[in-house]
Design a binder for this molecule. Structure first.
Ligand code: GUN
Length: 321
């Protein structure tokens, strides 16, 4: 029987070609998201031919003024405008109460010109606001983040055609599709069980017929689980926690992390890294997403996809009376 070091050496050697290790193919979220956005732009043009004067409408509701949220929102608004979506940013002050936030959501829910509503998270208020109550107040018909209990419940039951699929997991699925590797019957490991990434990712993979193991902060033997993953999706929120030598030879590695770490060589004094140690994982994986330029742009593209889909559903409901 081989020791774990012996096993690791054999795995490493099997990935060598002529003595030199081949690096994983990089899956570009920038390129893939660009293709999705071009397709959606054409789709909106088609919708406007069918219903002259109509535009899909999106509201991004922000509470407070976090720098990271400001950046993400500006990317969402820019992408929406390019596609032909009427994007609106509502910013409520940090002093807002839960009641005020809920009242704003109710008025957007009732506005027929708006087909998608997202509440940018985390909420940045001086008051304690129940995030769950806020995300659940969004009309399920406009919940393009897929975070309401109704949409999450449908996804967990496998009713994928009846719900909005959360944007980051949906983007990860699109990136996996780009590799040509089928998820059917594969051992897939998801690290993280957040409502926005890990939990819906688990459901989506399960109903796409993968065998899914979801790991979290209480999981023991995390490297062993990772070592069995044909496909690995990491949304743990911890900088470079997955080490390259944990990764199975030839695996597909999807990194949802966005972490800022100190870097004196940069003018800003910091740089962005994922949840996977990229350079070492690239020596073992078959495919890998970079950070930045991997999952991040896909999250934005999938929000646009859900908004256009919601607008189509609205149009069809109007047409059928
Ligand atoms: N904050 C970070 N990512 C997201 C996202 O995908 N949706 C929302 N609503 N907030 C976020």
């Amino acid at each position: 029987m081989l020791s774990s070091a012996g096993l690791a050496l054999r795995r490493w050697a099997s990935g060598c070609q002529g003595g030199r290790r081949t690096l994983a193919t990089v899956i570009s979220g920038n390129k893939t998201s660009q293709l999705v956005r071009e397709r959606l732009k054409k789709d909106v043009e088609k919708m406007r031919k069918e219903v002259p004067g109509f535009r899909p409408g999106l509201v991004v509701l922000q509470v407070g003024d976090r720098d990271d949220s400001n950046l993400y929102i500006s990317m969402k608004l820019k992408a929406a405008a390019e596609i032909g979506i009427d994007a609106n940013h509502i910013r409520l002050p940090k002093s807002s109460t839960e009641e005020e936030v809920l009242s704003c959501i109710m008025s957007v829910n009732e506005n027929p010109a708006i087909h998608g509503l997202i509440v940018q998270l985390p909420l940045d208020s001086v008051h304690r606001i129940d995030t769950e109550a806020v995300t659940d107040a969004v009309s399920p018909l406009k919940d393009v983040d897929g975070l309401t209990s109704i949409n999450a419940g449908k996804l967990s039951r496998g009713d994928l055609g009846q719900c909005f699929i959360p944007c980051t997991p949906n983007g990860c699925m699109e990136l996996i599709r780009q590799t040509g590797v089928s998820v059917v019957g594969k051992n897939v490991v998801v690290i993280g069980r957040s409502k926005i990434v890990g939990a819906p990712m688990h459901d989506l993979l399960l109903w796409s017929h993968a065998t899914v193991t979801t790991c979290h902060s209480k999981t023991t033997d995390l490297p062993d689980h990772v070592g069995r993953a044909d496909i690995l999706v990491v949304g743990a929120g911890r900088a470079e926690m997955v080490k390259g030598d944990w990764v199975k030879e030839g695996a597909v590695v999807i990194d949802c992390g966005i972490n800022h770490v100190p870097d004196d060589s940069k003018p800003s004094g910091k740089r962005v890294v994922g949840d996977v140690h990229y350079s070492s994982a690239r020596e073992r994986a078959g495919y890998i997403t970079p950070v930045p330029g991997g999952v991040g742009p896909m999250t934005v593209a999938m929000l646009m996809e859900n908004t256009v889909q919601s607008a189509w559903r609205f149009v069809r409901r109007q047409q059928s009376g």
